[in-house]
Design a protein around this ligand. Sequence first.
Ligand SMILES: NC(=O)c1ccc[n+]([C@@H]2O[C@H](COP(=O)([O-])OP(=O)(O)OC[C@H]3O[C@@H](n4cnc5c(N)ncnc54)[C@H](OP(=O)(O)O)[C@@H]3O)[C@@H](O)[C@H]2O)c1
Length: 286
Amino acid sequence: MNSRRIGNTEVSAIGLGGMPMSIEGRPDEERSIRTIHAALDAGVTLIDTADAYHLHADEVGHNESLIARALASYGGDTSGVLVATKGGHLRPGDGSWTRNSSPEYLRSACEASCKRLGVEAIGLYQHHRPDPRVPYADSIGAIRDLVDAGKVRMAGISNANPEQIRQAREILGDRLVSVQNQYSPAFRSSEPELALCDELGLAFLPWSPLGGISRAGELGSRFAPFAEVAAARGVSPQQVCLAWLLARSPRVIPIPGSSRPETIRDSVAATELQLDEDELAVLDRA
Ligand SMILES: NC(=O)c1ccc[n+]([C@@H]2O[C@H](COP(=O)([O-])OP(=O)(O)OC[C@H]3O[C@@H](n4cnc5c(N)ncnc54)[C@H](OP(=O)(O)O)[C@@H]3O)[C@@H](O)[C@H]2O)c1
C-alpha cells in the first residue's frame, strides 16, 4: 500500500479508525478482531483509537484493549504498526462525552493507556479536545512533558483551530506531528487547519471522513457526484471519497472507522484509485 509520513514514521496512507468497534452499535469481539486482522492483512500500519472509545462507565479503554489483543493474536509482524491513541475525553456511561484536560488527568490517562496497550511509550498520543476549563497551554504543556519523560514518542492534537495549532506548535516544537480534525464531503470547514498543516509539515488525519458511523452508508445518496464517479469507476462512493481526501494533500491520512473486514478492505483500495483532474474538480464542488 502507498505510504505517508507522521513525523519520522512511515504509515499506510489509509489508517483504521477503531471507534465503531467500541461505542454504541459495536459488534462482538470476534468480528472486531477479524476486522483489525483484515486491516493488517491489507497493509494498514496506522490504527486510531482513544481511551474514551467505550460504552459503559466501567470499561474505559475498551478499544485500546481490543486493539492490543488483536495485535497480540495476529500471526504476522506488527512491529511497524503505529497505534495512535488520545486522552482528554471521558464517557460517564450515559451516552455523553465529557472532557478533562487538566495536566494531572492527562498524565494519569496516558499512564493507563500505556498499560492497556502494553507499551513503555505510546507511538502517537493525541490531545483529544480542548477543555474550556483548562488553559490550552497547560494541557499541551502536559503532553510536552509526557514526550520528554519518554511516555510518548510523538504528539498530536485533535479538534484544534488554527490558533491552537500554532500555539501547540510553539509549545511542542518538533514533537508535534499531527492534527486530527473532522473533514469529509459533509464537513469541509477544516480547510484552514488543513492548509496550516501543509504549511507546517504536519500530518492531517480527517476524522469521520465518510460522514460518521450512522451516515457513512448514505454518502452516495447525499453527495451525487461521489456516486456518479463511483459508478463510472466500478467502485464504492466511500472509496471515491477516501481517494478524493488523499488527493487533497500529501499530508492527509484518512482514518475511516470500520467494524467489518469488507469495509476496511474496500477503504484500503482507495490508495490505488487515482482520480483525474476533472473528477477531482467535480468532487470539490459536490
Ligand atoms: N478526534 C475526534 O474527536 C474523533 C471523533 C470521531 C471519530 N474519530 C476517529 O475517526 C475515525 C473515523 O470516524 P468515524 O468512525 O466516526 O466515521 P466514518 O469513518 O466516517 O464512518 C465509519 C463507518 O463507515 C463505514 N465504512 C467504512 N468504510 C466503508 C466503505 N469502504 N464502504 C462503506 N462503508 C464504510 C463503517 O461501517 P461498518 O461499521 O459497517 O464497517 C463505519 O461504521 C473513528 O473511528 C475514530 O478513530 C475521532
